[in-house]
Design a protein around this ligand. Structure first.
Ligand code: ADP
Length: 232
């Protein structure tokens, strides 16, 4: 089976400032991998390359064996953006509308072959927020909001799930619960997950693998070894 994500010798600069300097990385099918590194290391840039929003200056990026722009639109890639509940404070839509809107996005509609009617309730159930379906999205707590974003990413049954700092607005307990939920869901579905965080001390020891973005390169870390995990 092809890799979920494959970066090979990727270079990327923003207006002459190099961010990635030959980064290589493979996310295996069904793997839950944490990508750690300090703020500004380029983690969101890696996500945007995987989503096809950016193109490498040199090197290649493949998603499920395809060019990222070809893989992303039809629902095979789920994305939980770095977003604060306040961004949605005055957004006039319910949780189920926000989750369902994902399936109305034209490219997803075109390529997606899933059960449209059952998809929203199933995603809400998976994220543990079915009782919040009709609640205005702006009224959710930080933890509930993060689960709503997760449900939105899960609604098309993606094969690859990308999460950008999903725990940054949460207290320790909610952060732990969210990562546990992601781990459980992905074990059940067989999806591959790349979870980005700068806050590795708060990450439960659940990822199969931890890689670190350091000086423009992706370096392997052993998730089972606390020393390595904390002393990057
Ligand atoms: P991280 O997600 O690890 O915090 P980012 O990928 O967001 O890092 O950013 C890496 C570096 O690139 C940072 O120094 C950031 O300021 C810079 N950067 C990010 N986006 C842009 C942009 N659109 N234009 C110019 N510089 C950018």
């Amino acid at each position: 089976m092809e890799a979920a994500v494959q970066l090979d010798g990727v270079f990327f600069s923003y207006r002459g400032t190099p961010i990635l300097k030959g980064a290589s990385f493979t996310l295996a099918p069904g793997e839950l991998c944490a990508l750690v590194g300090p703020n500004g290391a380029g983690k969101s840039t890696v996500i945007r390359l995987i989503l096809g929003e950016l193109a490498p200056d040199r090197g290649t990026v493949e998603v499920l064996g395809r060019a990222p722009s070809a893989a992303s639109p039809d629902g095979v890639v789920g994305y939980v953006p770095q977003q604060a509940p306040d961004d949605y404070r005055h957004f006039p839509a319910s949780v189920e509308e926000v989750v369902g809107a994902m399936l109305s996005a034209a490219p997803v509609m075109k390529g997606w072959r899933g059960d449209r009617k059952g998809a929203v309730p199933r995603a809400l159930r998976a994220a543990g927020i079915e009782d919040l379906a009709r609640r205005p999205i702006g009224e959710l707590s930080g933890g509930q909001f993060q689960r709503a974003l997760l449900a939105r990413a899960l609604v098309s049954s993606p094969k690859l799930l990308l999460l950008d700092e999903p725990t940054s607005n949460l207290d320790d307990e909610s952060a732990d619960a969210l990562v546990r939920l992601v781990s459980k869901l992905t074990r059940e579905s067989g999806a591959s997950v790349l979870l980005v965080t700068h806050d590795r001390a708060r990450m439960p020891d659940l990822p199969d693998r931890v890689v670190c973005l350091h000086d423009g390169l992706v370096e392997e870390r052993l998730s089972g070894q606390a020393g390595e995990w904390h002393d990057v």
